[in-house]
Write a protein that binds this ligand. Structure first.
Ligand code: XIL
Length: 406
């Protein structure tokens, strides 16, 4: 072989080696914590770096509210990678699961439980007694008249025995009673005037629900769940309720603080105070429905501004501006800094929905404008809340890094 050809071949070989070396060192040096890559519908994440649950493995489980449908779609890979607890967003509520006497819709709830069990994910049950999404049939007798307290409690007992009984040993914690405390500033009005309260002529249904849940599944952890539990007036009302439950030897393990929060609400002091109060009673805390909306309170329209019958246009989505993003990052960081300080008392933190692609807080302008079809034609009328740690493309937001880099 001609010596110049040999040299050319050596050169080419060398060149290839150098390229291979550069490519491999680039791959190795790429930061491991870049956004994760997921394949739609595939439960196997494509990168091997940690999820939220791994960053918090020495603290508490990290959960997420799910629908049965989300477990078969593009959210499922992210759920499995990032979370080790799930709560059914709607599928175990009284109305959806028990729409009429003796009728139970198990399909969605069973799907969620099966999914979680097969992926070794913990399950929080939500919820056994609430005034919303309730089983309205329970409040009326066959003649359409309000039922007696005795019949209502019997129905509540049957419901709780059937639902908590079915998932005994699989659901480790239940929100037994949801939102039974009154929202007003009237400090003497402790309980919400719901159908439950009115028919029972008082708060007995709360204690009854805990008793039934404990009988149905003696090993399940039982929680009282509510929102705005950091606001001073409501906090004190919840405190009174808890003290009464404890004095009456009701089997309660802890308090669910829903944590539907805002950019400046709660303050760190309010959050600490709420935690101190509840834990002083020997109760555990779970943050059960965490999200931090970027939406600011709506200014009230000036009186007389709109002509009668005029269409009120919702204000357009302000978008996820850098300023709002920075405030959200700071609020998330503040919250998780405190959560970690209280790890002895906190037994889980659950986000309400998976990513900013869909949040229950997103406000569709369509309601006033002619329904969902109109809203779909005018997507700018959708006012989004951007309240979670994953963006609309299910990628980690900066707020994500602010809670895992500690
Ligand atoms: C919400 C769900 O996210 C929505 O899909 C549904 O339309 C209404 O309920 N407090 C609770 C949750 O305890 O059950 C609520 O979930 C949010 C407020």
């Amino acid at each position: 072989m001609d010596p110049s050809t040999i040299f050319k071949n050596i050169d080419r070989g060398l060149l290839l080696l150098i390229i291979a070396f550069i490519v491999s060192s680039f791959i190795q040096n790429t930061p491991k914590k870049g956004p994760a890559l997921f394949i739609a519908g595939n439960t196997k994440a494509h990168n091997t770096d940690k999820g939220l649950k791994d960053y918090y493995k020495n603290y508490f489980p990290i959960g997420v509210a799910v629908s049965a449908a989300s477990l078969h779609g593009p959210d499922s890979a992210l759920i499995v990678k990032e979370f080790n607890s799930v709560t059914p967003e709607n599928d175990m509520k009284m109305g959806p699961i028990n729409p009429s006497e003796g009728v139970y819709n198990w399909k969605n709830a069973d799907d969620i439980v099966d999914f979680a069990v097969s992926h070794h994910i913990k399950i929080r049950g939500h919820n056994l007694c609430w005034h919303n999404q309730e089983a309205i049939w329970m409040f009326k007798d066959t003649n359409g008249k309000p039922v007696t307290k005795e019949l209502l409690l019997q129905r509540l007992k049957d419901h709780i025995f059937t639902v908590a009984g079915r998932y005994k040993g699989k659901i480790y914690a239940w929100d037994v009673v949801n939102e039974a405390v009154d929202d007003s500033d009237d400090t003497t009005q402790i309980y919400r005037k719901s159908n439950w309260y009115n028919i029972c002529n008082g708060p007995d249904f709360i204690e009854a629900a805990f008793k039934y849940a404990h009988e149905a599944d003696p090993h399940a952890r039982l929680y009282y769940n509510d929102y705005n539990s950091e606001h001073p007036v409501k906090r004190e009302k919840i405190f009174k309720l808890l003290k009464k439950l404890i004095a009456d030897h009701v089997p309660i393990d802890g308090v669910g603080m829903q944590a539907h929060w805002k950019l400046n609400d709660p303050s760190p002091d309010e959050l600490r105070k709420a935690l101190d109060e509840v834990t002083s009673l020997g109760l555990k805390v779970q943050f059960t429905e965490l999200d931090i909306t970027i939406r600011l309170p709506q200014p009230k329209p000036a009186t007389g501004a709109a002509a009668p019958g005029a269409t009120i246009l919702p204000t357009p989505d302000p978008g996820y501006t850098p300023e709002l993003e920075a405030k959200q990052i700071a609020q998330y960081k503040m919250a998780f800094d405190i959560f970690r300080q209280y790890k002895k008392f906190i037994t889980s933190v659950t986000f309400w929905n998976v990513s900013d692609r869909y949040s229950w807080l997103d406000q569709r302008g369509g309601g006033l404008m002619g329904g969902a079809a109109a809203a779909a034609k005018a997507p700018h009328l959708l006012k989004k809340a951007y309240p979670l740690l994953f963006d609309e493309n299910r990628q980690r937001k900066k707020a994500y890094w602010s809670v895992v880099n500690f």
